[in-house]
Design a protein around this ligand. Structure first.
Ligand SMILES: Cc1ncc(COP(=O)(O)O)c(C=O)c1O
Length: 383
């Protein structure tokens, strides 16, 4: 008899991917969260050159010292004592998240995870033998958690709380005051903070509010160059912790998970940080006009209510059509309109009643997609 681990059997492919696989050629794609830009040209050139120069070998587990120095330096305005020993380069934010959970979660432990969530969080905790302890981020509160809800859920087996601002799937960001309350909650309960800040460079009207340097060093910051430099396929990210003992544990995990990141690519990312530091701002400006367009169109449709998010490139509107749950609705919109979006429940049960649209396509396609959506919704309402 073929037997697979309980761990493997208990986790499922994500709903976002399942929908993506159903899309046809003429589909307007609001499905996947990846920028429709290419990495900066200078980074591609540096990548090629590094390979030609023989940078095709293993690097140290934590990664290229110059790159770690550069990353540490970019955060010293918030946490002045950071240096390269506080940084581990990973093969993506996805890899970084798993390293962190592996380093701090024991079987029976639980981790407070926001719901709606980025679909990797709960399975990652399960892979480590722990339990996801979901906390609500409600539409009515702008998707910001309430400390009183967190207080009800935390227990003696809770080891960490994960925060994700700007958020996937909601686009929510925190103010300094909200952040301080959330940090205070972690301090009072002696929890690790895992702060997933992969969208830190896609912030609209405000500056990014990080959890780093906010008075709690029992923290892991997760970041990635996937969104910052449109390098989703390159698979490169990093972990920072101000706690050097924590970094010793992280480096061990990283070694056993994937030994190190990719040699030549680390030179390419270094070049992007040194020579194309304003590239993310160029993408952000474009995303901002797309956000304005999609929010304006969605809010003009009957039965649709959408916050105007201040970060990331997602909107998570409430879309109410009688007789359809969010999965049935997303399938119907794909079938009748050729528009691919993700059902809110791909991000947890609390996503029921919502759809997620990633505005990572150009404005003409957004307009086309919104025209089609409007038509399908009025058809479903029997107009
Ligand atoms: C919130 C969040 N965290 C982490 C990731 C992982 O990004 P990557 O593995 O491409 O670095 C993503 C990707 O969509 C994300 O949305």
């Amino acid at each position: 008899m073929v037997k697979f681990s309980e761990r493997a059997n208990s986790i499922q492919p994500t709903g976002v991917r399942r929908m993506f696989d159903m899309a046809g050629d003429d589909t307007v794609q609001f499905g996947l969260g990846e920028p429709d830009f290419q990495p900066p040209k200078i980074a591609i050139e540096a990548f090629t050159k590094a390979m030609q120069d023989g940078k095709n070998k293993y690097t140290t587990t934590a990664g290229l010292p110059e790159l770690r120095d550069k990353i540490a330096e970019s955060w010293t305005h918030l946490s002045p004592n950071l240096n390269k020993s506080n940084v581990c380069i990973t093969m993506s934010g996805t890899n970084a998240l798993l390293d962190v959970f592996l380093a701090i979660v024991d079987p029976g432990d639980n981790v407070l995870i926001p719901e709606p969530y980025f679909p990797l969080y709960p399975p990652d905790v399960v892979i480590c033998g722990g339990e996801p302890n979901l906390y609500p981020c409600n539409f009515e509160d702008g998707f910001i958690p309430r400390v009183e809800d967190l207080e009800k859920l935390v227990n003696e087996k809770t080891v960490a709380i994960l925060y994700n601002f700007p958020s996937n799937p909601t686009g929510a960001t925190v103010s300094m005051e909200q952040r301080d309350q959330l940090v205070d909650f972690a301090v009072r309960n002696d929890l690790w903070i895992i702060s997933d800040e992969v969208y830190d460079r896609i912030i609209y009207n405000e500056v990014h509010v990080s959890f780093l340097g906010a008075g709690h060093d029992k923290l892991f910051l997760i970041n990635s160059f996937s969104k910052t430099f449109a390098m989703t396929g390159w698979r490169i990210g990093y972990i920072i912790s101000p706690d050097e003992d924590a970094m010793v544990q992280i480096n061990k995990m990283q070694y056993y998970v994937t030994a190190c990141s990719n040699d030549a690519m680390q030179y390419a990312v270094l070049s992007a940080l040194e020579n194309a530091s304003d590239y993310p701002d160029m993408m952000r400006d474009e995303f901002k006009s797309r956000r304005d367009l999609i929010c304006m169109r969605l809010n003009a449709m009957p039965g649709v209510t959408c916050h105007v998010p201040q970060g990331a490139f997602y909107v998570f509107p409430k879309v109410e059509v009688e007789g359809y749950n969010s999965k049935q609705l997303a399938l119907k919109i794909l079938e009748l309109g050729g528009v691919l979006c993700s059902p809110g429940t791909a991000f947890g049960k609390a996503g029921e009643g919502h759809l997620r649209f990633a505005y990572t396509i150009d404005r003409a396609d957004i307009t086309d997609g919104m025209d089609r959506l409007e038509e399908v919704l009025s058809q479903l309402r029997g107009e």
